[in-house]
Design a binder for this molecule. Structure first.
Ligand code: C2E
Ligand code: CA
Ligand code: CA
Length: 484
């Protein structure tokens, strides 16, 4: 601190002085006030317009060029395009090989993208694996500009996918999804244009083409998406997710377990159902922290129920993305270990569609968990890719007959046939069966005569908040209330 109270940056350079006998005798040196130097450095840093990794313009330089080109386009009536590029599968390289390899891949991708554009166009890196390309004077009509932008987009995809990227000894295949928007248009700003291109890119990622042009109709859906995504993030931070539990009962109506169903309590107190947010949690990746939280919550509930008590098992829905995440196995095992829960009290519900792709890898993960005693159940059975093959070769213990088949029992002939076929097959493969969406006494009667053992549905109980469900379980432990 300076005499006048201000703070200064000081660099000190010291050397050790030694006496004739070699022992240290003093320290001597200089102190230099480098405050001016530091300030200048910071200024230069702030002013830097380039992305240090790829040497490409950064967002700031992009904004400057874009605003210049926008006003030019307005003045001369020409059209330009903004392309938003996101690399596919880049995260794999980063996760598997580390950041040095990830950086090498990014540099190579940047080099190829740069070669695919004209000198008058700008390519900027604006985030991890996100690039924006600014095409000035893409055409005199909107049609020309759209055609030109599509051509450039395709060329870039070819540049990325044409040859593998070599890192070390191995080849990696990156992909790219591209969205674009055209300018000028009424009331456009730099931010709205980039957001539009981003929105279109999202459509490309969702499988609607490789190079997708922004259409105003995309706006509405993306707005909703953004809002819900923010809501999920906030709810994760503020612990506004809840677990609700729905009974699973045996043939005599006795509770043998429950399924965990997620609810989100919104800011206004309204409770949102999973159909409103699970899809978005899945596509945004937020399902990973959310699913992790749910697993721990479920184990915490389990640890409060005595193992001797009926109703001691819990089922948890696992989304495909969560299952494929590299931390999944550890997440499950550490949740059980931390709460001292026996693995066979936890059932993981997965869907048939998870089992189609990378079957070997999926089987390996299931094997690891099943080896520790965790049970697997196939949810919504019959609605997806029903293959008997996986039932035999994967460690599956239970299937859940989808509600759509139960609803029309016992009058609809094909529902009856499907349910009977599923039961016969499950019996041969020695699998447990749970019927979902059991709503009426007729459903129950039909299922009982067919020997089905486990049922779940509004006829027995609606989902209840976990605390209420637990309280009821503890009360019933001490009485003998007869259930339907
Ligand atoms: P699901 O796994 O098939 O869950 C059963 C759904 O059917 C639940 O809806 C439940 O409330 C409802 N249901 C139960 N009995 C009846 C009945 O008798 N009649 C009718 N009409 N409906 C009944 P919910 O809670 O809205 O969950 C919807 C879906 O959201 C679930 O379908 C599941 O796929 C997903 N989901 C719920 N919680 C989670 C979660 O924690 N993680 C993941 N990944 N997905 C979840
Ligand atoms: Ca389920
Ligand atoms: Ca289901």
């Amino acid at each position: 601190m300076h005499r006048n109270g201000s703070y200064r940056w000081i660099r000190d350079e010291m050397t050790l002085q030694r006496a004739a006998d070699g022992n240290p005798s003093a320290i001597a040196g200089v102190w230099i006030d480098i405050t001016a130097h530091r300030t200048a450095e910071e200024e230069i840093y702030r002013l830097a317009h380039l992305d240090p990794l790829t040497g490409l313009p950064n967002r700031r330089l992009l904004n400057e060029r874009l605003s210049a080109i926008l006003s030019e386009a307005r003045r001369y009536g020409s059209h330009g395009a903004i392309l938003f590029i996101d690399l596919d599968r880049f995260k794999n390289i980063n996760d598997m090989l580390g950041h040095t390899a990830g950086d090498a891949a990014l540099m190579e991708a940047a080099r190829r993208l740069r070669m695919a554009i004209r000198a008058t166009d700008t390519i900027a890196r604006i985030g991890g694996d996100e690039f924006v390309i600014l095409l000035a004077e893409a055409g005199f009509t909107l049609e020309d500009a759209a055609a030109h932008a599509t051509r450039v987009g395709r060329k870039m995809i070819d540049a990325i996918t044409g040859q593998p990227i070599v890192i070390g000894e191995r080849d990696y295949h990156l992909g790219a999804s591209i969205g674009f928007t055209l300018f000028p248009k009424p009331a456009d700003t730099i931010d709205t244009l980039i957001r539009e291109a981003d929105t279109a890119m999202y459509q490309a990622k969702a499988g609607n083409g490789d190079v997708v042009m922004f259409l105003p109709a995309m706006h509405q859906s993306i707005m909703v998406r953004h809002t819900i995504e923010n809501e999920i993030r906030a709810a994760l931070r503020n612990e506004r997710f809840e677990i609700w539990l729905q009974d699973q009962v045996d043939n005599s109506g006795m509770v043998v377990g429950a399924e965990c169903l997620m609810r989100l309590r919104k800011g206004d107190g309204r409770i949102a159902s999973p159909s409103e947010f699970i899809g978005i949690a899945e596509s945004s990746g937020l399902i990973i922290p959310l699913g992790r939280w749910l697993l721990r919550e479920a184990c915490s509930i389990l640890s409060r129920i005595s193992p001797e008590q009926p109703g001691c098992g819990l089922s948890v829905n696992i989304s495909p993305r969560q299952f494929r995440d590299s931390s999944f196995v550890t997440d499950v095992l550490s949740a059980m270990d931390d709460f001292g829960v026996a693995p066979d009290r936890l059932t993981l519900e997965i869907t048939e569609n998870l089992l189609i792709k990378d079957t070997l890898e999926i089987g390996r993960i299931m094997g690891t968990l099943a080896g520790r005693g965790v049970r697997f159940s196939v949810d919504d059975f019959g609605t997806g890719y029903s293959s008997l093959h996986y039932l035999r070769h994967l460690p599956i213990r239970e299937i859940k007959i989808d509600r759509s088949f139960v609803t029309h029992l016992p009058h609809d002939v094909s529902s009856v046939a499907i349910v009977e076929a599923i039961l016969a097959m499950a019996h041969r493969l020695d699998l447990d069966v749970v019927a979902e969406g059991v709503e009426t006494a007729e459903h129950v009667a039909f299922l009982r005569t067919r020997g089905l053992t486990h049922m779940q549905g509004y006829f027995f109980a609606k989902p209840l908040a976990a605390t209420i469900w637990l309280e009821r379980l503890l009360v019933e432990q001490h009485s003998t209330i007869s259930r339907p």
